[in-house]
Design a protein around this ligand. Structure first.
Ligand SMILES: Nc1nc2c([nH]c(=O)n2[C@H]2C[C@H](O)[C@@H](COP(=O)(O)OP(=O)(O)OP(=O)(O)O)O2)c(=O)[nH]1
Length: 144
């Protein structure tokens, strides 16, 4: 069965010289509530992935973004989250608005792009490899 396509963003303070990542804490479902994630959601039918990311960030956080490069996962659909879903993730920088917990989250945090600080958060377990890839890409200057 094909994976359900999820799209999300690694929002950084700057695509050119990133120092912080915006993590978001989920409120639902109960199994994931309280865990941190990359803001995003399910791609809608007929929607381009990059348009889907922008729509989700507008709905959930009330922001407009410029997308940078993709944080490539091992399969074309990105990073496998579970038996039924995979997620593509792009770097992003805010171009309008101030991120707010409008939908799906109860807390947002700008976290230093540094291994200890990032891994101290209780991410959704499937996100840890993505967090490590974000760190590797930012250290390599591959955010745009
Ligand atoms: N957005 C996001 N979802 C993730 C991450 N890691 C992870 O396993 N997931 C899972 C949780 C959900 O099962 C699924 C995303 O669905 P969602 O509930 O965020 O999608 P949505 O905003 O479109 O929600 P809805 O319209 O169905 O309420 O992917 C992540 O870092 N970000």
């Amino acid at each position: 069965m094909p994976y359900k396509q999820i799209v999300a963003a690694a929002i950084v303070d700057s695509l050119v010289a990133p120092t912080k990542l915006l993590a978001a804490r989920r409120t639902a479902p109960p199994a994931l509530a309280g865990m941190w994630e990359f803001p995003g959601g399910k791609l809608e039918v007929g929607e381009e992935c990059t348009e889907g990311v922008k729509r989700e960030l507008r709905e959930e956080l009330g922001i407009e973004v410029e997308l940078g490069s993709e944080i490539f996962g091992p399969i074309p659909e990105g990073w496998v989250l579970n038996e039924s879903a995979a997620m593509r993730v792009w770097f992003a920088q805010i171009t309008g608005g101030v991120p707010d917990t409008l939908e799906d989250h109860d807390q947002l945090a700008w976290v230093e792009l540094e291994k200890q600080a990032l891994e101290a958060l209780s991410w959704i377990p499937a996100d840890f490899p993505i967090v490590r890839a974000v760190l590797a890409d930012t250290m390599a200057g591959a955010t745009r």
